[in-house]
Unconditional design. Structure first.
Length: 189
């Protein structure tokens, strides 16, 4: 039996890529709640001088019933350091917040066995030694676009991918669509 995923957890890469071509609404096409960890949300919205940061901030603000920013101890500590005057990029904090979310995701799932969709782009997500629960379905940005095309939601994944790369965004060409496992079968999106 295949179970449909119930949660979308994107890292910063897919958000930035879709924002650069002003297509964040594509995240709504799969009709799932979207959870962003607080540190990642901060990283992608902090700079007012970047159009993609403004677009992501607007997307979060315009979809409060769909998009939730999940508070983590990592994100709270980083925010405290920023409020105390620390400047610059806090390397590794986004990944640490994602790892914390993965360890605490039972707080947002109806059942601990519910499948979770982790949308990523940065190959660092796959290289890091996250403790990845069995119920996590891993999907790359490019595979997400290809899936939307196969479902008839967009006319051309290739055209969108070219547009993202045409903006100078160094996007990973990885195509990963690895279902999670649950007691009743595999996940699908």
């Amino acid at each position: 039996m295949t179970r449909r995923v119930v949660l979308l957890v994107p890292d910063s890469g897919p958000l930035i890529s879709l924002a650069t071509i002003d297509r964040l609404e594509l995240l709504l096409e799969i009709n799932l709640p979207i959870y962003l960890v607080d540190q990642v949300a901060h990283e992608v919205t902090a700079r007012d001088d970047l159009p993609d940061a403004r677009r992501i901030r607007r997307f979060i603000h315009e979809h409060p019933d769909t998009v939730t920013v999940f508070s983590t101890a990592v994100g709270q500590a980083a925010a405290r350091r920023r409020s105390e005057g620390e400047t610059g990029r806090q390397k590794g904090q986004g990944e640490a917040a994602i790892a914390e979310f993965l360890a605490r995701m039972d707080e947002v799932l109806a059942s601990p066995d519910d499948p979770v969709l982790l949308l990523y782009e940065d190959s660092d997500i796959m290289k890091r030694r996250f403790v990845m629960p069995d119920n996590v379905h891993i999907l790359s940005t490019r595979a997400f676009l290809l899936g939307l095309e196969q479902r008839g939601r967009i006319p051309s994944a290739s055209a969108l991918w070219q547009a993202i790369n045409g903006q100078g965004r160094p996007s990973a060409d990885t195509v990963t669509d690895r279902p999670g496992r649950t007691p009743t079968g595999r996940s699908a999106w």
